[in-house]
Design a protein around this ligand. Sequence first.
Ligand SMILES: Cc1cc2nc3c(=O)[nH]c(=O)nc-3n(C[C@H](O)[C@H](O)[C@H](O)COP(=O)(O)OP(=O)(O)OC[C@H]3O[C@@H](n4cnc5c(N)ncnc54)[C@H](O)[C@@H]3O)c2cc1C
Ligand SMILES: *[C@@H]1O[C@H](CO)[C@@H](O)[C@H](O)[C@H]1NC(C)=O
Ligand SMILES: *[C@@H]1O[C@H](CO)[C@@H](O)[C@H](O)[C@H]1NC(C)=O
Ligand SMILES: *[C@@H]1O[C@H](CO)[C@@H](O)[C@H](O)[C@H]1NC(C)=O
Ligand SMILES: *[C@@H]1O[C@H](CO)[C@@H](O)[C@H](O)[C@H]1NC(C)=O
Ligand SMILES: *[C@@H]1O[C@H](CO)[C@@H](O)[C@H](O)[C@H]1NC(C)=O
Ligand SMILES: *[C@@H]1O[C@H](CO)[C@@H](O)[C@H](O)[C@H]1NC(C)=O
Length: 530
Amino acid sequence: MNMEIFKLLPILFIFINPVWSITSNSATESFLQCFTSHIQNLKSSSKIILIKNSSAYASVVQSSIQNLRFLNTSISKPEAVIYPFHDSHVQAAVICSKTNGILIRIRSGGHDYEGQSYISRAPFVIIDLSNLRSIDVDIENESAWVESGATLGELYYRIAEKSKAYGFPAGSCPTVGVGGLISGGGFGTLFRKYGLAADNVLDAKIVDVNGRVLDRKSMGEELFWAIRGGGGSSFGVIVAWKLRLVPVPPSVTVFSISKTTEQGATKLLSKWQNIADKFHEDLFLDTVIGVGDKAGTNGGKTIVIEFRSLFLGPVEKLLLLMQDNFPELSVARSDCTEMSWIESVLYFASISINESEALLNRTQQSKSFFKAKSDYVNEPISEAGLEGLWQNLIEVGAYLILTPYGGKMSEISNSEIPFPHRSGNLFKIQYMVTWDDEKETEKHIGMMRKLYSYMAPYVSKSPRAAYLNYKDLDLGRNKDANTSYAQASIWGFSYFKNNFRRLAQVKTLVDPGNFFRDEQSIPVYPSRKK
Ligand SMILES: Cc1cc2nc3c(=O)[nH]c(=O)nc-3n(C[C@H](O)[C@H](O)[C@H](O)COP(=O)(O)OP(=O)(O)OC[C@H]3O[C@@H](n4cnc5c(N)ncnc54)[C@H](O)[C@@H]3O)c2cc1C
Ligand SMILES: *[C@@H]1O[C@H](CO)[C@@H](O)[C@H](O)[C@H]1NC(C)=O
Ligand SMILES: *[C@@H]1O[C@H](CO)[C@@H](O)[C@H](O)[C@H]1NC(C)=O
Ligand SMILES: *[C@@H]1O[C@H](CO)[C@@H](O)[C@H](O)[C@H]1NC(C)=O
Ligand SMILES: *[C@@H]1O[C@H](CO)[C@@H](O)[C@H](O)[C@H]1NC(C)=O
Ligand SMILES: *[C@@H]1O[C@H](CO)[C@@H](O)[C@H](O)[C@H]1NC(C)=O
Ligand SMILES: *[C@@H]1O[C@H](CO)[C@@H](O)[C@H](O)[C@H]1NC(C)=O
């Protein structure tokens, strides 16, 4: 299909479907009536709900949008935003939206790459969990109950506040929400040693399609399996997680070394591809590949590769490991800094390591327009392949983050939780392009798609795998939130491989009416009956 027309479809759809706006008004009224009647203390209801006609509405809805692509005025906005302070508010929101035929969007940190926590084409309300964010750390039992609206920064801060001997294996960006990250997997600098955030969930509390609050025991092992990597938004509103804390040593060592292709970066990356997944699990060494200015030229561009490391131990041990495994990188003692684990969290978030309070700041450092994609790599990419990639990167102005797998990730079976990308993967690629001018949106998205097709021969195939938390609505090119199983299989197998079928079975069990749905939610399993 012609790409240009394709992208206009969702917007046209809104205009040619006036039924929605008519039903919307009365449905919204009944929803609001239902919701307020469920709220016990009516005085507090003004803080719990933000209605489309209120004066603060526009600014609040806008300020919470993380990807500027979705600030676009032609994108339809929610009928209301609910800010629950209590599980019962979530229950009321689910019951009242279901009975009135209004969709919900569930938002924890709002970092969804495709805006799926705050955009819908049918009339909808947002359940924004930012007030449900208490964190209860229990060092004695090496666990923590964390409400979904908490950010990773808040979680790390509260753990370190109680004990410097523990951490949690989740993502690097402190403003990402616990709700979205864990329900989609969640990796970070500790994942080669301890697995994903979702691998370290002990219990959870969820509001289901009938408005019941369930824990692990009452939801059952199938649903508990599904929400640890299968994406929360298909199954219910997860209000809290019980997490297993993991031990971290008193000091860890970090380094960051950048090389241009003129300085031999391509050869270094070729070597890195062969060894990074085989390193000791205490060593995490990822690479960020971007475009930089070429020295001695006027406006010429080159590729810069940054090798970044977190080692769970002292500098001497790291230097020995690097000498034995990767002498070509010539890591010197002066490149390395020893610090506490919580300081390394700040370091990887590009925050100065003495500013730990900044972890409590829920506002993202900067916002831009962006489009991202992901791939998994099972065999090293040839140097010729890399050279072609560099040309594409310079053309597109994109950057890549290559995350090494192996270690603990290879020890966990593909079906332990819905996240299927385990042994056999050398590394994951994240492609990212950002821009500041709305007029350039189509151009950048088009170039990103071209870069992605260039990479097809070098990455996983049948299915071409992708990471759910780097959501990409190009996969399957599905634009209907009420998707069929066959259509959904296209992206379903990319994100979940063979776990997709079981996810659809769980979906059929817990939400047969497909109330919890968005453009890439798990569909109900096709019925065998004619
Ligand atoms: C700057 C940045 C850095 C990132 N770094 C990492 C990283 O280091 N590691 C990593 O693994 N990922 C990373 N991600 C990806 C991130 O994990 C996903 O975008 C994740 O979905 C964000 O969670 P959220 O709660 O902030 O997002 P939201 O937009 O609130 O939610 C994302 C999705 O989950 C659903 N959801 C959210 N909360 C709930 C809930 N309580 N119950 C049910 N469904 C829910 C939403 O409906 C939506 O579909 C990063 C993203 C960004 C933007
Ligand atoms: C907004 O809508 C609500 C519910 O329909 C109504 O009660 C309220 O008076 C309206 N407020 C304004 C400022 O129009
Ligand atoms: C919104 O998106 C449409 C379609 O991509 C585009 O034509 C328009 O310029 C964008 N901006 C605004 C402010 O609506
Ligand atoms: C730790 O867990 C055990 C068993 O689950 C429980 O009996 C005990 O009360 C918990 N300790 C604390 C401090 O909560
Ligand atoms: C952290 O260190 C920087 C300089 O290294 C200094 O400017 C800043 O004030 C310090 N912040 C705190 C909170 O101490
Ligand atoms: C939080 O971070 C934002 C973005 O970096 C910044 O503008 C704001 O001043 C910070 N707030 C506080 C209280 O430090
Ligand atoms: C969406 O799917 C559900 C369940 O399959 C069905 O009951 C409903 O009618 C569908 N809605 C639309 C608008 O197609």
